[in-house]
Ligand binder design. Structure first.
Ligand code: PA5
Length: 444
């Protein structure tokens, strides 16, 4: 069995009448999504992506990943937002959040181009010093400042080290198939190119070359990842909420939101899922947070954060609900040893494993938080592997599209992201922004 969802800890919200009251909205959202009649319908390519993808490019991704593994100690992945979070989440989810510290026969993978912090970029430069490296620069628009600035710096580093010709063989570009500065540069320099499909937006692009090349370079089985997503695509088609856990989750989120539960906390008990939570936060935050509406996505790793955020969740503002992801069979488990002296008084744990203790923390927390009026939606996966991750990715993408339509927003655009960019360009003196620059400087 793979992904399962339990709605029994949602307080009165899982009530059949409540769910029935939102069924017609879910049906309408499904119709808008499947027939391409809703807002943002130019960006629905992700729906069929698990089966309808460019097979030639997929094979080329695997070949290039193999080349990177054979000629590079380090792969630098440059991208931001949807052009980075999915890949990083997958590498950490499957391999480890300490991937770069683990013993392995795959390259170190450092993610850059996602910050304007000079300290972070300087550190990244120092990390590749004396190492053979390749670069995968990812930007759908090909113009994102954080990524473009980092690429300029690392391209020079590669050319200084290898010469222009050899450097070009170590640079992999993932961008639009015809437009943008990065596309023009890649054509001019002869870099290996991969395409971000026109109809797939950044935060829905992890199953394109955007995510797949770095994921494959980390030695992860991208066929199994796609199979998991394809299985979810088959599984969650019924419009009836009671027969479709993905739609039921979308329905539940909206019912909870309408009842004042405006913050969703993504919970995991596995530290490897810290970046997975970040991916989820972008998916929901950027898709739903607009027009003065939207559930605010946040995240925690338990039991770690029970010692920092647990107090608030138990007794703070009652505008929260939790979506908890539990892994049934962990990547590794550990027996609790017997201690003759029992100085720590922990011999009652002898015979148990760490994962069993974690499971008791999970169960105890679910009960405590629901007692504290925090509804819990419980997701369980069999294990932390490629297939399960693929299924989860698709489950949440679909839930997000449906949930966004029920909320009444366009889940596939992100107009608000432009505001800071315009101001930054004006303040940097970019031609064409003179008027705005004057106005902003008066306000600063
Ligand atoms: O989801 C999105 O659309 C964004 O997060 C983008 O992925 C992000 O802004 C990066 O854009 P680009 O890929 O054009 O550099």
């Amino acid at each position: 069995m793979s992904l399962s969802v339990n709605f029994n800890y949602c307080g009165g919200f899982a009530d059949d009448n409540k769910l029935a009251s939102i069924q017609s909205e879910i049906t309408a959202a499904d119709s808008a999504l499947r027939n391409g009649t809703g807002a943002g319908s130019d960006y629905l390519g992700w729906i069929d992506l698990p089966v309808n993808y460019d097979k030639e490019e997929f094979a080329r991704i695997k070949k290039c990943a193999e080349k990177i593994r054979s000629d590079s100690q380090v792969l630098i992945v440059l991208g931001i937002g949807g052009s980075y979070l999915g890949a990083r989440a997958a590498v950490e989810f499957i391999r480890s959040s300490n991937y770069n510290l683990t013993c392995k026969d795959t390259p170190q993978i450092y993610f850059g181009g996602n910050t304007l912090s000079s300290t972070a970029v300087a550190e990244l430069i120092s990390l590749v010093e004396g190492k053979d490296f390749s670069i995968n620069v990812i930007s759908k628009s090909g113009t994102t400042t954080e990524t473009a600035v980092a690429f300029r710096i690392f391209k020079k580093l590669a050319e200084d080290k290898y010469g222009k010709e050899e450097a070009a063989k170590r640079i992999y570009v993932t961008t639009d198939k015809q437009k943008g500065a990065l596309k023009a540069l890649a054509d001019a320099e002869g870099y290996e190119e991969f395409v971000v499909p026109d109809d797939v937006g950044g935060r829905y692009s992890v199953l394109t070359a955007v995510g797949l090349l770095p994921i494959a370079a980390a030695g992860i089985d991208i066929d199994a990842l796609m199979q998991g997503a394809a299985s979810a695509r088959e599984k969650y088609t019924n419009t009836d909420i009671s027969a479709n856990d993905c739609y039921k989750y979308a329905a539940m989120r909206n019912l909870l939101y309408r009842a004042g539960k405006k913050i969703e906390i993504m919970v995991s008990y596995e530290p490897y899922m810290l970046m997975w939570n970040e991916w989820l936060k972008q998916l929901f935050g950027e898709s739903e947070g607009k027009d003065g509406k939207g559930i605010y996505p946040s995240s925690v790793i338990f039991s770690t954060d029970l010692h920092s955020m647990g107090q608030y969740i138990q007794q703070g503002e009652r505008d929260l609900f939790e979506t908890v992801l539990w892994v049934k069979n962990p990547i590794a488990d550990i027996d609790i040893p017997f201690d003759e002296a029992n100085g720590d008084g922990l011999n009652f744990l002898y015979g148990k494993t760490m994962h069993e203790i974690n499971g008791n923390a999970h169960d105890g927390t679910v009960l405590a938080h629901t007692d504290g009026n925090v509804p819990n939606i419980l997701l369980t996966i069999d294990k932390q592997d490629e297939f399960n991750l693929g299924e989860l990715i698709y489950f949440f993408e679909l839930a997000c599209g449906i949930s966004g339509y029920v909320l009444g927003v366009n889940p596939f655009d992100q107009p608000g992201v432009e505001s800071y960019k315009k101001n930054m360009f004006a303040l940097l003196g970019k031609p064409g922004y003179e008027e705005l620059a004057k106005e902003l400087k008066e306000r600063l």
